[in-house]
Design a protein around this ligand. Structure first.
Ligand SMILES: Nc1nc2c(c(=O)[nH]1)N[C@H]1C(S)=C(S)[C@@H](COP(=O)(O)OP(=O)(O)OC[C@H]3O[C@@H](n4cnc5c(=O)[nH]c(N)nc54)[C@H](O)[C@@H]3O)O[C@H]1N2
Ligand SMILES: Nc1nc2c(c(=O)[nH]1)N[C@H]1C(S)=C(S)[C@@H](COP(=O)(O)OP(=O)(O)OC[C@H]3O[C@@H](n4cnc5c(=O)[nH]c(N)nc54)[C@H](O)[C@@H]3O)O[C@H]1N2
Ligand SMILES: [Mo]
Length: 761
């Protein structure tokens, strides 16, 4: 696509925002009120140094004469090879595995965020390719919303709808008088939306809510997650929010303040739910005193907060992080149940919110389209795993697991193909994954950078950056469609994932099914054209005009949006997609699954590991929160100036309360070692008053840097986290449930080597 020579505005889009482009320099988009600083130096030499520049094959794997398990030592040298050699090798492996074991021996789930851009989305390209050659074992759900994606549809609505139907920020700012948030509204997380942020609206939204004089309450172990003045922070133990929610419901019910009409007309199962929290059904009652003993929130404050919730227009928000822990399903159910007892769901500024502060898209009033999407074709393999059961799948072929009421079997995987994700960033208990990762016969990775996953592959193929290709930028409710025009030539021998799969498809006799005879630029025209036809009301310009003008801004939603307003107006005409058509405070469906770790009503179940457990030594044991990083997206761009600027002497900071720091004799900058039965890592202490005593925060995304003893030198929390599903219902990621011990300060700590390159021959 060549429009060179014409001087037109030039934009590109990333998950963290739209950029204006001049030459190869990226700048903030002038219309974004709160632009993010992530990724501005993506083309600079310190990041380009870490790129995969040529196809590379693990030396020992290349020598092997027959395929079997391989240690996949990340320190082992790679041999750089030509494209034809690498592609022939991979095509041969795909043939061999398909012929001998069938396509159900190929894992192509390939979870990960990839880059923004609708056509060159690595995971979609991989899935389309694997489908034309007969299919692959896929994953379901996400690390983000593992428990919620399964639980919310039983209780209220599918996550896909909840993502975009939540009350918009202007409605909240205008009507909400009391905003209570479990997990705060960490604006650092609202820098991104999958597919790209247009305007950073959450920051604006929080600002106007604060300016409206609403009372703001932040309940959770971390105090800096609601960045406004005058916020009341109630520090509680991690993973105990459900106990607080149940006690709030208990007080409201005891005092007769529950909304009887709402519970009768819009919900099912209140009686059953009530019997559980009052103790009528034989369990322990969820009194404020009980909740205090679990969470540490003072019983007296639980009582007053319960009264405040019903006395004024209140919105109860919950960060997604609460369901990314042991029994995360319960947090989802309890949030909806508490909001139903309060009875303001469907009223402007009232009810519940899920993820204000988890991404920019939540509460955004940006315009939406039926967006451009690459057709994936049909997968002939039916086997799948819940996304976070990766190590279990590789370690336990043939064994059974449960998922959403079904009993299923782990497939026997021989070949893994990953494009656009970094499991050695995102998965829990990375030492366990490293063992599981040895079992397949071949692991192929398309990557832009020498990530921890690339270093553990057998064949690594160099992929282009979005800045090195033309694409379409679009994300629901972000309000834009961006002509992402190429900014720079591909580095080294890098190819687009589309080209890579096209050439593999050719070798496997499926080129035409994969490409449909279209080049990459033909595809952009086709996807744009389909989008234009599907959205006549948006009056999108012709492709060439769009491409020339650089961007289309959709009209912002002028209509203020209140979640479930229509349902409240008419619960029959707008009945929900749950089995009863109503909000289910007791779910027969879930109850009938008969799971001992997920009952039909919301319940607080002690997490696998937590600070209230009687088996811990409080002086040395901490609850480790591994939240999303403020200065990068997951592991992406960890070597950028902005991300490095947040480290201390090149090491990731771990936040510790001043009380604990004093007790242990550590100061900001001291290197400490965090350890448990699963692993060990070093991190640089950062002393703060914004974290509850007994809790540590080490954000995710520091590139894995294991020394020869298996200790991570850089500060990667996933060597410590727990690799167990949220429950046998959803089997989601439970990263926020993790106890560790701390020792230090460590004298003469080793240098961080995370950004060394592998030996390339
Ligand atoms: N402890 C803990 N762990 C967590 C979480 C947590 O809260 N705590 N959160 C979890 C969550 S919610 C998520 S979403 C995951 C995120 O996990 P991931 O999405 O796997 O993390 P990223 O670092 O974004 O990995 C994307 C990779 O794709 C590569 N890539 C980008 N564009 C392209 C492309 O065009 N082609 C190819 N071939 N590759 C490309 C990037 O270089 C990068 O290595 O982490 C999870 N892990
Ligand atoms: N800058 C940046 N933004 C991101 C991302 C990124 O990598 N970088 N990743 C994006 C992705 S993929 C996702 S899924 C979202 C995730 O969005 P969230 O899940 O909301 O993000 P987290 O940072 O994991 O957690 C938010 C806050 O909840 C706190 N928390 C953890 N456990 C508990 C608990 O048990 N109780 C309470 N009350 N609080 C708890 C954490 O310490 C943290 O301060 O973020 C997105 N935003
Ligand atoms: Mo996520």
């Amino acid at each position: 696509m060549s429009h060179e020579g014409t001087i037109v505005p030039h934009y590109t889009a990333a998950h963290w925002g739209i950029r204006e482009v001049e030459g190869t320099e990226l700048r903030h988009w002038s219309e974004d009120p709160f632009p993010s600083r992530i990724g501005l130096d993506q083309l600079h030499p310190h990041l380009q140094r870490l790129r995969v520049k040529r196809p590379a094959v693990r030396a020992s794997w290349l020598r092997e004469t027959s395929r079997g398990p391989n240690a996949r030592d990340p320190q082992e040298p790679f041999v750089e090879v030509g494209w034809d050699f690498a592609l022939d090798l991979i095509a041969g492996e795909l043939e061999r595995v398909r012929g001998r074991h069938g396509n159900q021996a190929i894992f192509g789930g390939s979870y990960g965020w990839s880059s923004a851009g609708r056509f060159h989305h690595a995971q979609s390209q991989l899935h389309r390719f694997l489908n034309v050659i007969g299919g692959y074992v896929r994953h379901v759900d996400t690390y983000s919303l593992g428990a919620a994606s399964v639980m919310m549809p039983h209780v209220v609505m599918p996550m896909s709808k909840l993502m975009v139907q939540q009350s918009t920020w202007p409605v909240i700012a205008k009507h909400t008088r009391l905003f209570v948030s479990f997990g705060g509204v960490p604006l650092k997380s609202t820098q991104v939306s999958p597919g790209g942020v247009g305007k950073h609206r959450a920051s604006e939204g929080m600002r106007s809510l604060h300016a409206s004089g609403a009372k703001l309450v932040n309940i959770g172990p971390v105090g800096d997650t609601l960045e406004c003045e005058g916020v009341e922070w109630i520090p509680i133990r991690p993973n105990t929010d459900v106990a607080v929610m149940l006690a709030l419901a208990y007080v409201i019910n005891e005092e007769g303040l529950h909304n009887v009409a709402f519970l009768r007309d819009y919900c099912v199962g209140f009686e059953r739910f009530r019997a559980s929290f009052t103790g009528e059904d034989g369990g322990a009652p969820c009194t404020p005193e009980w909740a205090e003993s679990v969470s540490g929130m003072p019983a007296a404050r639980i009582v007053t907060l319960a009264r405040e919730l019903v006395a004024t227009r209140s919105l109860i928000n919950m960060a997604w992080s609460l369901q990314r822990g042991s029994h995360g399903e319960q947090a989802c159910h309890a949030l909806i149940a508490l909001a139903s007892v309060v009875g303001q769901i469907g009223l402007p500024g009232g009810g519940f919110g899920f993820g204000y502060g988890s991404m920019n898209v939540i509460g955004s009033d940006g315009g939406s389209l039926r967006g451009p999407t690459l057709p994936q074709g049909r997968n002939l393999v039916s086997e799948f795993i819940p996304v976070a059961r990766l190590s279990d799948m590789l370690l336990r072929p043939g064994e059974t697991f449960t998922y959403n009421g079904e009993t299923l079997q782990y497939p026997d995987i021989r070949l893994v193909y990953w494009a656009g994700g970094n499991p050695f960033h995102h998965h829990q208990d990375l030492n366990r994954l490293q063992k599981a990762w040895q079992r397949p016969e071949a692991i192929i990775v398309n990557e832009q950078y020498w990530t921890a996953t690339a270093r553990r592959a057998d064949v690594v193929l160099p992929a282009t950056l979005p800045l090195e290709r033309d694409d379409l930028g679009y994300s629901a409710r972000e309000g834009h469609l961006v002509a992402m025009r190429k900014v720079a030539a591909p580095l080294g021998a890098a190819k687009h994932d589309y080209e890579i799969f096209q050439e593999l498809a050719e070798r496997l006799g499926a080129r035409n099914q994969f490409t449909e005879g279209l080049s990459a630029s033909d595809w952009l025209r086709r996807l744009y054209g389909e989008c234009r036809e599907a959205n006549p009301e948006a009056e999108l310009p012709e492709f060439d005009d769009f491409w020339g003008q650089g961007m289309v801004m959709l009209d912002d939603d002028v209509e203020p949006q209140t979640l479930l307003e229509a349902y409240r107006r008419d619960p029959i005409a707008h009945s929900l997609e749950t089995p009863s058509g109503r909000i289910e405070l007791y779910s027969e469906t879930v109850a009938n699954f008969r799971l001992d770790d997920c009952p039909g009503y919301p319940s607080w179940i002690p997490p696998h590991e937590w600070l209230g457990s009687s088996s811990i030594t409080p002086e040395v044991t901490f609850h480790l929160l591994s939240d999303q990083p403020a200065r990068r997206l997951h592991s992406q761009l960890d070597a950028s100036e902005y991300s490095l600027g947040g480290k201390i002497d090149g090491r990731e900071p771990v936040d510790i309360s001043s009380v604990d720091a004093q007790r242990l004799g550590v100061n900001t900058g001291d290197v400490v070692e965090l350890w448990n039965d699963r692993g060990r890592c070093l991190a640089a202490t950062r002393v703060t008053d914004s974290i509850r005593s007994g809790v540590l925060r080490l954000s995710t995304g520091a590139w894995l840097d294991l020394d020869s003893d298996g200790r991570d030198r850089h500060g990667n929390p996933n060597v410590l986290t727990l690799d167990v599903g949220t429950s046998s219902l959803a089997q989601g990621c439970a990263a926020h449930t993790c106890l560790v011990n701390l020792r230090g300060p460590i004298k003469n700590p080793p240098e961080v080597r995370a950004f060394d390159l592998p030996v390339l021959r």
